[in-house]
Design a protein. Structure first.
Length: 555
């Protein structure tokens, strides 16, 4: 039995939870303005640093006592033991009997992490070396397509954990990428995703990476088969009478998977299959072979930097005292707001256009990991788990949904993410961007009173409309510059935050049974869409929807 949290006792029945509940009740009326007025060193006291990131959490409804109580809760939940257990390769994913070892994906050569007595670090590096050798061949042009042309387009086909990380990372690191190559991502079973991705590509110069741990996922396999048909049709046209070599598919398709049998059956040479392991969850896999498109884009050396960034945050999480541990603080603040202050969502707002898909990536990381209602002991939870995660890059969001964040009826805690140095080479733009981060966090925290509005000479009837309550919490996370290294630290920060919260909530953050039912029902419905007779087996709504589609689909 793996060492887990104190699962015998529901977390809300512990004295630490109850102490936090009464602390929250006692301090309900306390404002951020009052907290700042009371302590001139507040910003300094509530700022933590690790792995090159600086996190200012002073604009939260916390004081030293709140943090002490939250840390006591983490201790009660067995956080330290669980962190050690994860790094030791214990099978914390108890519903699938698997270790949870994304930290091994970035463990340096020479270190050792064992699963069932086998050191996995050498295997990780073997795959990384194969990925690097392959990437060099493709990037240098020595890897040729079936008609002898070099590869200029890379299309990653995958979904969920086999897509969101690669897309996010490519967009985040495009500045560091090989600009003479095109990178595209196809995930949706909606055929338009594939059609739009390849419409201007030459099949002879296109390489597909089929990224699928299982190699059975409906969307990915449908897209992979469509891609093969598109490729072969295009190549045949180009080759004309000289015909195609028998290994045409193998020259344009590689796979990232754990399922060698299905990869081979598809026509991909298993020499061009890059493996990973059952101890890597999909949403924790962007730094495994699933990151092959990232490595092709930025090159092996920069991919190594990315891994170093992940590892730096891993080490911080593993060794820093809980009170100064960034992912721990972040996770506990989330618990505080979710469970004791009652805020149902978290907006993640990167002030960096390159991080345009970061919030979407986090939606899966957080909500698929901690959107659970059953404890490790199999009991229904009596407390809320994952809040809704959402967000868009600033400053764009300011001109869209920030109205609600400032004056809506629900409090939306915000994570602002920004970097000191710009990549654009347009420092003036960067000052404007970063000034907006600070201004937003300040406005949320301190608002604007009626008296201030009146003093501006605003007409009496408009005063209530122009008043800002303030007292709204946010965190500001700052890095030096967006680089492969800092991206690694940022992703690992959130990975370990999720771990911290899952530990406190006593849930398994590493399975995802909640996605199964819809998949099973879709399989049943697929043939029914082509049925000759009306479908009657479902509820009246589902029957009617299917039958409307049957009769209108025009086939
Ligand atoms: C992630 C999930 C899920 C998974 C996709 C794709 O943690 O497990 O999003 O990544 O369903 O699965 P395959 O990689 O097996 O195609």
């Amino acid at each position: 039995m793996p060492r887990t949290a104190d699962t015998d006792r529901p977390i809300d029945q512990t004295p630490e939870w109850k102490a936090l509940a009464s602390h929250a009740r006692r301090n309900r009326a306390r404002t951020l303005a009052a907290l700042f007025a009371k302590d001139r060193r507040r910003a300094e006291r509530f700022t933590a640093e690790g792995a090159g990131l600086r996190m200012d959490y002073s604009k939260h409804h916390v004081d030293a006592e709140t943090m002490r109580l939250l840390l006591a809760l983490a201790t009660r939940a067995g956080l330290k033991g669980r962190i050690a257990a994860m790094f030791k390769g214990e099978k914390l994913n108890i519903t699938e009997q698997r270790a949870v070892l994304h930290v091994a994906l970035r463990a340096p050569k020479g270190s050792s992490i064992k699963v069932d007595g086998v050191d996995v670090v050498p295997e990780v590096h073997r795959v990384l070396e194969r990925m690097a050798a392959f990437s060099k061949r493709v990037r240098s042009g020595s890897w040729k397509g079936a008609t002898g042309k070099r590869i200029r387009n890379v299309v990653n086909i995958g979904i969920g954990g086999s897509d969101l990380g690669p897309v996010m990372a490519y967009k985040a690191l495009v500045h560091y990428s090989e600009r003479s190559m095109n990178f595209r991502f196809v995930s949706n079973v909606d055929g338009t995703d594939f059609v739009e991705a390849v419409r201007d590509l030459d099949p002879a110069e296109t390489l597909f990476i089929v990224s699928s741990k299982t190699f059975t996922t409906l969307e990915t396999m449908t897209n992979a088969h469509t891609a093969r048909t598109w490729l072969l049709a295009g190549l045949k046209k180009a080759a004309g009478r000289s015909g195609l070599p028998s290994d045409a598919t193998a020259r344009h398709f590689v796979a990232v998977s754990t399922n060698a049998k299905e990869v081979e059956a598809f026509g991909i040479d298993t020499a061009n299959m890059f493996g990973f392991w059952d101890w890597v969850g999909g949403r924790y896999s962007m730094d495994s072979a699933i990151g092959l498109s990232t490595m092709l884009a930025i090159g092996p050396a920069r991919f190594t930097e990315l891994l170093r960034g992940f590892h730096a945050m891993d080490e911080h999480f593993r060794t820093a005292p809980l009170a100064r541990n960034l992912p721990v603080i972040m996770g506990l603040l989330g618990v505080w707001m979710n469970n004791f202050l009652g805020y149902p969502s978290l907006a993640v707002l990167p002030y960096d256009q390159y991080l345009s898909r970061f919030s979407a990536y986090l939606q899966q990381l957080e909500m698929e990991s901690n959107g659970k209602h059953v404890t490790l002991a199999g009991k229904r939870v009596d407390w809320d788990t994952c809040p809704t995660i959402w967000g868009e890059p600033g400053t764009n969001g300011q001109h869209a949904f920030y109205q609600m964040i400032h004056q809506g009826t629900r409090i939306v805690p915000c994570d602002f993410i920004t970097f000191c140095k710009p990549i654009s080479g347009l420092p003036h733009h960067h000052d404007l961007l970063v000034a907006n981060v600070f201004a937003q966090a300040e406005a949320l925290a301190f608002g604007k009173s009626k008296a201030e509005v009146r003093a501006e000479g605003v007409a009496r009837e408009l005063v209530p409309h122009k008043e800002f309550d303030g007292n709204r919490p946010s965190t500001v996370i700052m890095g030096e510059r967006l680089t492969p290294f800092s991206l690694g630290t940022l992703v690992a920060l959130y990975e370990h935050k999720v771990f911290t919260q899952g530990t406190v909530w006593q849930i398994n953050s590493f399975d995802q049974w909640g996605v199964e039912l819809g998949k099973v029902l879709a399989k049943k419905i697929i043939p029914e869409l082509a049925a000759k007779k009306p479908v009657v087996d479902h509820d009246s709504s589902t029957n009617a929807l299917i039958n409307h589609y049957r009769t209108h689909r025009g086939r």
